[in-house]
Design a protein around this ligand. Structure first.
Ligand SMILES: C[S@@+](CC[C@H](N)C(=O)[O-])C[C@H]1O[C@@H](n2cnc3c(N)ncnc32)[C@H](O)[C@@H]1O
Length: 266
């Protein structure tokens, strides 16, 4: 099934920035702790976006590694290339569509990562088989994505404000189920790690900036809630009112990200 989805650099960087400012924990520090990378590794970051994980891996290994980042979105690849330039161009940043055969030989990489993206695959078993194919025997796939309890308050507020059901999200609807099963089927051994990060908002402005960058018309994920720019703005206003009420009542709004880190060993 093809998912009609589009990420913009602006929306992605806005959400990352809000996680950094209002979250109590650092997901990249958790990822590095869970992975315990070894010097000299050959790493492929699939759906690298603006290059966030490539940079984390590189810094963690103090440059002693080979990193390839691939994504289907040219705008985000440009952002990843900017990050690459800042570091003196240690990475290979390239177009890569995970719905198609990866342009790498079998048994090439020591780690394949894919953060907050695998659920946009049109054919999950195919994409996971490709990740498995390019990994060396005994090496690992690492994916992240939302678990069912992710951002419960966020969805509750939107439901209350709109009186509508939340459209099925490609991530939370199938990451902990269909995608985990596909990894378990393909890999010799699979581990599940959970990362929880409470984002605390004392005012609704940053929560609303997060909401805009999530519901964004550009992403095409939420269009069942609005059918024009005007109705989008109207939806945002209603959410703003409900979040103001929530903060008045509770003193703050705590939205907890619940992320699953799945590690498949070949
Ligand atoms: C939420 S972003 C995550 C980016 C990055 N991994 C991060 O965590 O900052 C999702 C990414 O999946 C990418 N993506 C979506 N469909 C893809 C496909 N078919 N092949 C490769 N990447 C894809 C998007 O372009 C976007 O960069």
């Amino acid at each position: 099934m093809k998912i009609n989805y589009q990420e913009t650099t602006n929306d992605l960087l806005t959400r990352i920035d809000i996680h950094n400012k209002y979250g109590g924990r650092d997901i990249d520090a958790w990822m590095l702790e869970v992975l315990a990378l070894q010097p000299g590794m050959n790493i492929l970051d699939v759906a690298c976006g603006g290059g966030k994980q490539c940079v984390s891996f590189y810094k963690d290994l103090r440059g002693n590694c080979t990193i390839t980042g691939g994504d289907v979105n040219e705008e985000l690849l440009r952002q990843a290339r900017l990050e690459n330039e800042k570091l003196g161009k240690p990475f290979t940043i390239m177009p890569l569509n995970f719905d198609e055969r990866f342009p790498f030989d079998d048994n090439t990489f020591d780690l394949v990562s894919c953060c907050f993206a695998i659920y946009y695959s049109s054919n999950i078993p195919f994409t996971i088989r490709e990740m498995h194919r390019v990994l060396k025997p005994g090496s690992r796939l690492f994916t992240t994505g939302p678990m069912p309890d992710n951002k419960k308050v966020f969805y509750d507020i939107i439901r209350k404000a709109t009186g509508k059901e939340i459209p099925p999200m490609p991530g939370s609807s199938r990451y902990g189920s269909e995608i985990l099963s596909a990894i378990e089927n393909a890999f010799a051994h699979t581990e599940v790690k959970i990362f929880e990060n409470p984002l605390t908002f004392k005012q609704s402005a940053p929560f609303m900036a997060y909401t805009r960058a999530s519901l964004s018309e550009d992403r095409k994920l939420w269009t069942s809630l609005f059918d024009s720019h005007e109705s989008f703005e109207h939806t945002i206003q209603s959410i703003h009112q409900v979040s103001d009420e929530y903060i008045r009542e509770h003193g703050e709004l705590v939205m907890t990200k619940v992320v699953g880190g799945f590690i498949g060993t070949k």
